[in-house]
Design a protein around this ligand. Structure first.
Ligand SMILES: Nc1ncnc2c1ncn2[C@@H]1O[C@H](COP(=O)(O)OP(=O)(O)OP(=O)(O)O)[C@@H](O)[C@H]1O
Ligand SMILES: [Mg+2]
Length: 260
């Protein structure tokens, strides 16, 4: 039976190599409903590669993925979507020249019984989902290129959750945004969390995730250095994990932990 003790996602002993490079080596991470897990590490640490295995963009060499406690077969992005896994990348993947509703339904448009586009239904659903995420949003009739970065990101997030995503992967979602827009995305994340959606929040900057994440996973050279509840560690301790791989007392060491 499903309960809050069953992880939404359990990735165990995941490895993948490209040529001779171990991009990810024996990495294990998990995610619970309504939880934000921050995935941290320097450039090239293996963060994006690990989550691309979950989103179906890459196929792992070894390891097991469980979704809601059951072993999952994820060989491509379509498989991942069928498990309720959606991904938001740093490059805002929105179509600039059409409005919010058109973006939400891009490639999965609603049609009327006679086969024409059901614009009224799409706009009404867009207003409902955007209203949940960003109640102040009013600019439904404008092409999204006219929107602010934060508003555009809320369109991308609405698109991801429209089809009932339970697991959201956000890879550097604020990389292209200013401080005010970054704060807006933070509010969106809190809203999604309150709806029970689990979120992997990836960043190479601790400041982006420290205030939002319930737990932190640090990677270095393709390996997990350690996992900690955010409330159990200081920013300096997390920096120590990122930079030298030193794991503080209240964190759980992984295969990449510095051995003394
Ligand atoms: N398709 C690929 N082919 C070859 N090597 C790859 C491929 N994808 C990733 N790598 C390598 O795997 C390693 C991990 O890269 P990855 O993109 O996962 O790092 P990251 O932690 O997301 O870094 P960043 O913070 O820069 O986004 C790097 O050495 C990278 O060059
Ligand atoms: Mg990356």
């Amino acid at each position: 039976m499903l309960d809050s003790k069953t992880p939404l996602v359990e990735m165990t002993d995941i490895s993948i190599s490209f040529g001779g490079i171990h991009a990810v080596e024996r990495a294990s991470v998990d995610l619970y409903p309504g939880e934000v897990v921050g995935l941290l590490g320097h450039n090239g640490a293996g963060k994006s590669t690990l989550i691309k295995i979950l989103s179906g963009a890459y196929k792992r060499d070894t390891g097991i993925i469980r979704i809601n406690g059951e072993e999952a077969t994820i060989n491509n992005p379509r498989d991942a979507k069928a498990y309720g896994i959606e991904t938001i990348y740093q490059t805002l993947a929105v179509a600039d020249n059409v409005d919010a509703a058109a973006n939400l339904f891009l490639g999965r448009e609603l049609t009327t019984p006679i086969g024409t586009l059901d614009d009224a239904a799409m706009e009404s659903k867009a207003r409902e989902v955007m209203g949940r995420l960003n109640p102040n949003f009013r600019r439904f009739k404008e092409p999204v290129k006219a929107l602010s970065g934060g508003q555009r990101q809320s369109v991308a997030i609405a698109r991801a959750i429209l089809f009932n995503a339970r697991i959201l992967i956000m890879d550097e979602p604020t990389a292209a945004l200013g401080p005010q827009e970054t704060a807006q995305v933070g509010d969106l994340i809190k809203q999604l969390k309150s709806e029970g959606i689990g979120i992997f929040l990836i960043s190479h900057d601790i400041h982006d995730v420290f205030d939002l994440a319930d737990r932190l996973v640090v990677m270095k050279n393709g390996k997990v250095v350690g996992t900690a509840r955010t409330e159990d560690v200081t920013k300096d301790e997390v920096l120590g994990m990122i930079i030298v791989g030193k794991v503080p007392a209240r964190a759980i060491p992984g295969p990449g932990a510095l051995s003394e």
